[in-house]
Design a protein around this ligand. Structure first.
Ligand code: DAK
Length: 262
C-alpha cells in the first residue's frame, strides 16, 4: 500500500526498532479523513506484525496531532448514511488490535477524533503546546470514537463533562495534572522523549511487554476481581517463558538481562 497521508520511519537498531507513524495532512491540521484512517490502520498492523519493530510511536506536527475527523467528509452524511456507512467507522478501532505498545506523542491540537485517537494509544506524551478537546458539541453532534467513554475513565466524570459539554480545550499542564497524559515536555523534546521511551521498552521482554499492555487494558473492560484474576493467570503464564528465567537469573548474577524481542 502506498501511503499519501502518513509518513513512516524506523528508529533504533536491528530487531528492536521503534516504528514511527507521522500523520501528514498538515494543511488540514491532520484532519482524519477515511483515506488517512485506512493508511493508519494498515501501518499499525504492518508494524505490529513486523518482527524488527518492538514499539510504535504515533505523532503529528507541531501545530496539530489531529484536529479531529474530516468535517467536510462528515458533513455529507445524514442519519441513515451515517448508520449504514462503513466509511465513517472503518479503521477507527484497528489500533485496539495492536499488541505492541503504541505511544502518542502529541503537540498542538488533539481535538475530537484526534483526542480520541490519542486516548486509544497506550500512553500519551504531550508537548507543552498541546491542547486537548472534544468540540463536537459545537458541530451539533457528540464524540463518536469513544470520547464519552474513554475520557471519563481517564479523567473522571466532572472533567469529562466539562470538556464534552462545553467544548473547552485543555492545556498540557492541566492534562498532565488530571492524568490524561503521562508526561509533558518542551516541544523540541517531544519526539526524542517518545522515541527514548520506545527504545527503553524495546530492550525489555517482548512477551512480558505485550501481556502487560493487555492486562492494563483489561482494567477498562472488566470488574476488579475478574481483572485481578486475569492478571494472576498472565503473571503465572509468564513463568513459562525464557524471559522470566533470564530476567531473574540476570538479577541474581548481577548482570544485565538479554530478553526475547517482541
Ligand atoms: N476537518 C477538516 N479540516 C479541518 C479540520 C477538521 N476537523 N480542522 C481544521 N481543518 C482545516 C481548516 O478548515 C483549515 O483549512 P483551510 O481553510 O486552510 O483550507 C485548516 O485546517 C487550518 O485550520 P484553521 O484555519 O481553522 O486554523 P486555526 O488555527 O484558526 O484553528 C482549530 C484551529 C483546530 C481550532 C480549528 O481549525 C477547528 O476548530 N477545527 C475543527 C475542530 C473540530 O471541531 N474537531 C472535531 C471534528 S468532529 C467516528 C469517528 C470519529 C469521529 C466521529 C465518529 N466513528 C468511528 C463513528 C470524530 C469526529 C470529529 O472529530
Amino acid at each position: 500500500m502506498n501511503f499519501e497521508h502518513i509518513l513512516l520511519s524506523r528508529h533504533g537498531e536491528g530487531d528492536r526498532q521503534t516504528g514511527l507513524i507521522t500523520l501528514n495532512r498538515p494543511k488540514a491540521l491532520n484532519a482524519l479523513n477515511d483515506a488517512l484512517m485506512d493508511e493508519l490502520g494498515q501501518a499499525l498492523l504492518d508494524f505490529d506484525q513486523d518482527p524488527t519493530v518492538a514499539c510504535i510511536v504515533l505523532t503529528g506536527q507541531d501545530k496539530a496531532f489531529a484536529a479531529g475527523a474530516d468535517i467536510p467528509e462528515l458533513a455529507r452524511h445524514d442519519f441513515m448514511s451515517a448508520y449504514r456507512s462503513e466509511l465513517i467507522s472503518r479503521n477507527w478501532e484497528t489500533i485496539r488490535r495492536v499488541r505492541k505498545p503504541v505511544i502518542a506523542a502529541v503537540a498542538g491540537f488533539a481535538l475530537g477524533g484526534g483526542c480520541e485517537l490519542a486516548m486509544m494509544c497506550d500512553t500519551i506524551i504531550a508537548a507543552d503546546n498541546a491542547r486537548f478537546g472534544q468540540p463536537e458539541i459545537k458541530l451539533g453532534v457528540i464524540p463518536g470514537a469513544g470520547g464519552t467513554q474513554r475520557l471519563p475513565r481517564a479523567v473522571g466524570k466532572a472533567k469529562a463533562m466539562d470538556m464534552v459539554l462545553t467544548a473547552r480545550m485543555m492545556d498540557a499542564t492541566e492534562a498532565e495534572r488530571i492524568g490524561l497524559v503521562s508526561r509533558v515536555v518542551p516541544l523540541a523534546q517531544l519526539l526524542p522523549e517518545a522515541l527514548q521511551m520506545g527504545a527503553l521498552i524495546s530492550t525489555l521482554s517482548g512477551p512480558a511487554v505485550m501481556l502487560a499492555k493487555e492486562a492494563v487494558n483489561r482494567a477498562f473492560e472488566t470488574g476488579l476481581s475478574d481483572g485481578v484474576q486475569y492478571e494472576r493467570r498472565v503473571f503465572q503464564a509468564l513463568f513459562g517463558t525464557p524471559d522470566q528465567q533470564e530476567g531473574m537469573a540476570a538479577f541474581l548474577a548481577k548482570r544485565p538481562p538479554v530478553f526475547e524481542k517482541a
